[in-house]
Design a protein around this ligand. Structure first.
Ligand code: PEP
Ligand code: MN
Length: 338
């Protein structure tokens, strides 16, 4: 439910309402707008409908929240959420750029890629140290050694680190090295993992599941937000379809769809969405045109030698050309690249 306060409601009124609602066993979320303050009341819908919330002093109106996700919805939080990481912003008109190898393969290679993507304009370095591979016999990542390499490369260049955590047992360790903790597509509905990263004081990037709807993506974000972590960046990375000339089907309509229903930023990962390096530039530009809050792109010095996802990785020169094209287009598409 949404409690809309009367225009002149005081802080004491707000405190009183929160106290009453909490004593009834519900959670609250306060949103102070220019005109009005609203208090979201979150809990079991059926019980909520029976509460005499309109009788509390200072309350003007009580409205239902129509969406199943509450904290993630625009109904309870009108303004865009802007997530800032080491000077790179996502959301509210800001277009953040994340780039790096699919996996951290070696110190030398990671430093070299980091240097090139940083020079081209990426503010965040990506790279997997824990890799979710289809085959248990494929390269699984360098684990903590990979995290250390990523951190050192990013620190040298003043970049942020975005890297995936796959297991609740590794959350503390990964968060020690990462600036953005990534939840991969395969774990989008791993609710224990979502709740665990919700306790972190670090931004979380939540990737859309392989066969998940936008609504399910937002319900998963709700698990993170519920724990108190409000810095969630969503990521459209393509969904399964019958089309097999691309690795997945990039659902660009997820961008305006999320923006309509949620205040959270959403970026696009054209690399995993298409699986093809020849489609990265066009899909990145399309993402910006669709209103995306950023992109995440896989870059490798020698894609044909990559231990994972070489076919979708672009070389540093191509990345540099892509970023300069995006920077040129940004003002025309209402975006700021930081
Ligand atoms: C990744 O970004 O490293 C990755 C594995 O992507 P996804 O979870 O989207 O498949
Ligand atoms: Mn990859």
């Amino acid at each position: 439910m949404i409690i809309v306060l009367k225009p002149g409601a005081t802080n004491a009124d707000v405190d009183h309402i929160i106290e009453r609602v909490k004593s009834l066993g519900f959670e609250t979320m306060v949103s102070r707008g220019v005109q009005r303050t609203i208090i979201g009341v979150i809990g079991e819908e059926e019980r909520l409908r029976e509460l005499p919330l309109a009788a509390i002093p200072g309350v003007e109106q009580v409205l239902p929240v129509l969406k199943p996700y509450k904290r993630a919805s625009r109904e309870l939080h009108e303004a865009d959420t802007v997530v800032e990481v080491k000077g790179t912003r996502f959301g509210g008109g800001n277009f953040g750029i994340i780039a790096g190898p699919c996996a951290v393969e070696s110190e030398e290679m990671t430093f070299a890629i980091a240097q090139r993507v940083s020079r081209a304009g990426a503010g965040i370095l990506r790279g997997g140290a824990y890799k979710p591979r289809t085959s248990p016999y494929s390269f699984q990542g360098l684990k903590e050694e990979g995290l250390k390499i990523l951190r050192a490369a990013a620190d040298k260049l003043g970049m942020g680190v975005c890297t995936e955590v796959m297991d609740t047992r590794d959350v503390t360790l990964v968060a020690k090295y990462a600036d953005i903790v990534q939840i991969g597509a395969r774990n989008m509905q791993n609710y224990n993992l979502l709740s665990e990263v919700g306790l972190l004081e670090k931004p979380v990037m939540l990737k859309r599941g392989l066969s998940a709807t936008v609504k399910e993506l937002l319900m998963s974000a709700e698990y993170i937000l519920r724990q108190g972590n409000e810095r969630v960046i969503l990521c459209e990375r393509g969904i399964r379809s019958f089309e097999d000339s691309t690795r997945n089907t990039l659902d660009l309509s997820a961008v305006p769809n999320v923006h309509l229903n949620s205040h959270l930023p959403i970026i696009v990962d054209p690399s995993h969405a298409t699986g093809r390096r020849d489609f990265i530039e066009s899909m990145s530009i399309a993402a910006m045109a669709a209103g995306a809050d950023g992109i995440m792109v896989e870059v490798h010095l020698e894609p044909e030698m990559a231990l994972s996802d070489g076919a979708q990785s672009i070389e540093p020169d191509a990345f540099e050309a892509l970023v300069s094209r995006l920077k040129e287009l940004a003002p025309h598409l209402g975006k700021k690249t930081s």
